[in-house]
Design a protein around this ligand. Sequence first.
Ligand SMILES: NC(=O)c1ccc[n+]([C@@H]2O[C@H](COP(=O)([O-])OP(=O)(O)OC[C@H]3O[C@@H](n4cnc5c(N)ncnc54)[C@H](O)[C@@H]3O)[C@@H](O)[C@H]2O)c1
Length: 343
Amino acid sequence: MSALSERVGGGAAVRIGVVGLRHGARHVAGFQATGGVARVNAVCDLDTARAATAVERVAGCRAVPWEDMLDPELVDAVVVSLPNDLHADYARAALEAGLHVVVEKPLCPSGVQARELAALAEERGLVLAALHDFRVEPAHWAARQLVLSGALGRVYAVRTRWLRRDNAPGGWYRDRDRAGGGVLLDLGTHRVDLALWMLGFPQVTTAHATTSRALLERRADGGDVEDTAIAYLELEGGVAVHAEFSFLGHLPRAEDVLLELRGTEGALRVANVGDSYRDYELTVFRGEGGVHEQTRYAQLPEAPSLYSDFAAAVATGAAPACPGEQAATVAELVDRLYTAANR
Ligand SMILES: NC(=O)c1ccc[n+]([C@@H]2O[C@H](COP(=O)([O-])OP(=O)(O)OC[C@H]3O[C@@H](n4cnc5c(N)ncnc54)[C@H](O)[C@@H]3O)[C@@H](O)[C@H]2O)c1
């Protein structure tokens, strides 16, 4: 038994450090809400005001320089919630310091770097996870349980999209060297991950994509990333996947997020509600001989918390909800789609 599992077995919390506190502030709150399973011991941000706010909110938490966070006496695990180009270096440094790591999506903007990280974690016997948070969104979680139960029969077609009418993030997100890509990487990573995860990560036999920056290039601050991406995948067994993503577009809805799976025994659809990308509904369809049945799930079963899940993985060595090696497979596929799009 490791010193960590002994400590946790004795009732101690898994000690977390969080680097990057803009979106990362959510992760501080998330770990603090695990009912004592985990606690945030240290935070780090170049923006000292953000670090001070986090420290004010969490009793016993310290703001530290990054080098000081790499101390197994201070933390057991690190959350990397930095701009994409920093993910690989920060995650690698933490793993090399003997710390478990969870990284915001995309695990890395390069598939090669992502695979190297997964291999390093494996070699060191450390947990590497990615924050593919849609997996534990209740409607998506319930959809996967349905697929696993066989309720859809053999799934032969998938459609997914995340179309935003006017929501292109700025700053480093528009700089390909820093972000690694545009909407395909930023929003597509989530949706491609869901499609593969629902089906148990089958081999991708064909990967085509077309990207466009027709709208961003008209803006003075448009940067050099794509605002639209359309992809077609074929999975082993002949499953067809159609995927579409946009930051901008003359679109009927401000926010349109969809996952549709069609199988031999039924189909399901997880769609966002209104203009929110946080609220989803799950509908199952069945029909034969002109009789069509449609069931909307009024009540969804509870999904796990990514934070408790990661802490449990760190404490017990169990696989986390989104293991680094699956996130690496997604990063490799996104690379492949960019190559197919000729960019
Ligand atoms: N899962 C999701 O839904 C979701 C949503 C938003 C962002 N993200 C991901 O989270 C990551 C962070 O995105 P963001 O929007 O918060 O970025 P951001 O640029 O808005 O914030 C990054 C934070 O990190 C700090 N920082 C930057 N460089 C640093 C360094 N070297 N050392 C310490 N602190 C540093 C900045 O001061 C800032 O507070 C990205 O990978 C992004 O893709 C995921």
